[in-house]
Design a protein around this ligand. Structure first.
Ligand SMILES: *[C@@H]1O[C@H](CO)[C@@H](O)[C@H](O)[C@H]1NC(C)=O
Ligand SMILES: *[C@@H]1O[C@H](CO)[C@@H](O)[C@H](O)[C@H]1NC(C)=O
Ligand SMILES: *[C@@H]1O[C@H](CO)[C@@H](O)[C@H](O)[C@H]1NC(C)=O
Length: 287
């Protein structure tokens, strides 16, 4: 399969040239993690004067780091959103990266700290997210089943004029035996993950849709293309329906732009973080 490179083609893709240039104007510490030693994109400023002998021999003029959505001619498709301070979030992100040690400040290395809500960007929910008893009992992201998070998955489009109700679920005719489904919705068409605010009009599961999935399908991994699996008005009831059995894993905020529907192998790996009821996750699709 050949894939268009969304970086070149899509006007609203974050990291196209213009977006990247805008980022360069962001506070210096925020962007430094993006540059490695050989491709430093930062230039000296009054705030961060170059320390003589640290890096001025490495010429990086004209070197631009490559940022990709697709690897190996489409063999690997990245369905994870980049984490940026501007991305939509339940809680305002603000500064998420700090240089704790900086070469420009005399350290022999750059070393950043990060601070993020556990449910930032593309992320996973553990049962403890909506069940206090499960939280206390330790059902955190470290307990999620990697077998469920990795394996054959269907990427499907859902009708654009509705939230995901029982009726919609039934109409999708997902065969029994399908264990992983990624739902692409109007959220992708509207580019909601590329806006800089949390839009409550996103599409998600209505309570009856979530209950229908639990009762009538074998789906154990449910993915969606905005920050919540549940429609805003059914936030609690849909999460409760999906998370109650502790057998279904919910992945939210997937980047499904320009990916053909069909059968893939999905690979999703949360951080191994005891006590966390959510975690940013890296998800890819493979042919
Ligand atoms: C981080 O390290 C690179 C590579 O030496 C250097 O060019 C850059 O100025 C450093 N950044 C800061 C803020 O110290
Ligand atoms: C650099 O050092 C100065 C003086 O100690 C300090 O005020 C400043 O916050 C430091 N900046 C960084 C990025 O470490
Ligand atoms: C989905 O539900 C939300 C409220 O939870 C609503 O704002 C939105 O318009 C609905 N979307 C569609 C396509 O019906």
């Amino acid at each position: 399969m050949t894939m268009k490179n969304p970086l070149e083609e899509r006007p609203n893709t974050r990291m196209k040239q213009k977006g990247f240039l805008t980022m360069l104007k962001a506070p210096l510490p925020l962007i430094l993690i993006l540059a490695d030693l050989s491709v430093s994109i930062a230039s000296a400023s009054d705030a961060y004067p170059t320390i003589p002998g640290t890096g001025d021999c490495l010429r990086t003029d004209g070197l631009v780091p490559v940022r990709r959505e697709v690897y190996g001619n489409g063999r690997i498709i990245d369905i994870t959103h980049r984490i940026t301070p501007e991305m939509p979030s339940f809680e305002r992100l603000g500064q998420i990266l700090w240089l704790a040690h900086s070469m420009k400040n005399g350290s022999s290395f750059n070393f950043s700290l990060m601070k993020l809500p556990a449910h930032t960007g593309t992320h996973v929910d553990a049962p403890g997210h909506y069940f206090d008893q499960y939280f206390d009992a330790g059902f955190d992201v470290d307990t999620l089943d990697l077998e469920v998070l990795n394996g054959p998955a269907l990427l499907i489009d859902v009708p654009r004029d509705k939230n995901i109700t029982a009726e919609v679920m039934e109409s999708l005719k997902i065969p029994r035996g399908v264990r992983r489904v990624l739902f692409r919705t109007l959220n992708t068409d509207r580019g909601l993950m590329y806006k800089n605010f949390f839009d409550t009009s996103f599409v998600g599961f209505k309570e009856d849709g979530a209950k229908w999935l639990v009762k009538n399908t074998d789906i154990k991994l449910v993915g969606i293309d905005y920050l919540s699996i549940a429609a805003f008005d059914d936030d609690i009831s849909s999460h409760l329906a999906l998370l109650e059995s502790r057998e279904i894993i919910v992945v939210e905020g997937l980047k499904l732009d320009d990916v053909p529907t069909g059968l893939y192998n999905v690979h999703c790996l949360p951080l191994r973080f005891p006590g966390a009821e959510g975690s940013p996750i890296r998800c890819i699709l493979m042919e």
